[in-house]
Design a protein around this ligand. Structure first.
Ligand SMILES: Cc1cc2nc3c(=O)[nH]c(=O)nc-3n(C[C@H](O)[C@H](O)[C@H](O)COP(=O)(O)O)c2cc1C
Length: 211
């Protein structure tokens, strides 16, 4: 997808500053490398959703990124509140913050739920038993419990389920595919903030924004 770069009349954009295209490229590269990275702050993100009467938000792990097609994926429990919210209102915001680099990325996405299809099957196969353990809860996430509940069968304690035991989690596993409609970049610096928007849909364009 070719992206036309729109020049800004802002005097804050000096010649040595990175170009819009290089900022966009670098941001996607950082997202793409995050899931496998030891220490990237972009390994986790906040997913903000809507309900019919309020906003909601929570942290999730970034699982996969397609830089060419502009897609990202995360995993969740199919019974969770966020899934109900995304089914009713598929648009969400993904928020990333890297304290060390002082960079915020804000992605507006259109989500699609995968539960009983090859997308969910393929991603389930990549999960080790430690991750699968989170999907073994007999209780619906967010349901009221008579006492503290660990989110997996209590007999497991700190141990891992066997491969065979972990398969019971598959029915609760969901993949949320996020088609990125736009990405906003913000870099905080005493020398001057840098804010830019990269839009992919409905049309492709890149612009500098006033911070
Ligand atoms: C660092 C961190 C990572 C998390 N990763 C995930 C995740 O990848 N998927 C997920 O469903 N919940 C994850 N959670 C838990 C969610 O933040 C949230 O509590 C849970 O999914 C229930 O959210 P909901 O009621 O809005 O659906 C994570 C929490 C933290 C603190």
């Amino acid at each position: 997808m070719s992206i036309s770069e729109q020049s800004s009349n802002s005097k804050a954009v000096e010649a040595p500053s990175p170009s819009l295209a290089s900022l966009e490229h670098e941001s996607w590269q950082q997202l793409a490398s995050a899931p496998e990275s030891e220490d990237s702050a972009f390994k986790t993100m906040i997913v903000a959703t809507c309900t019919d009467h309020r906003a909601d938000a929570r942290m999730v792990v970034l699982r996969q990124v397609d830089t060419a097609r502009k897609y990202v994926w995360f995993h969740t429990d199919a019974r969770s509140e966020k899934v109900m919210q995304l089914e009713a209102f598929p648009t969400a915001t993904l928020l990333f913050w890297d304290e060390k680099q002082q960079i915020q990325l804000r992605l507006i996405v259109e989500t699609r739920l995968h539960t009983d299809d090859y997308v969910a099957d393929d991603q389930w196969k990549t999960l080790w038993t430690g991750s699968r353990k989170a999907y073994l809860s007999a209780q619906k996430p967010g349901s009221v419990q008579p006492a503290a509940y660990p989110g997996f069968p209590e007999h497991l304690g700190e141990s891992l389920p066997t491969d065979a035991e972990s398969e019971a989690g598959r029915k609760n596993f969901a993949v949320i595919e996020c088609r990125v409609l736009s990405m906003e970049y913000l870099h905080l610096s005493r020398k001057g903030q840098t804010r830019a928007q990269f839009q992919y849909e409905p049309e492709s364009k890149m612009v500098w924004l006033a911070p």
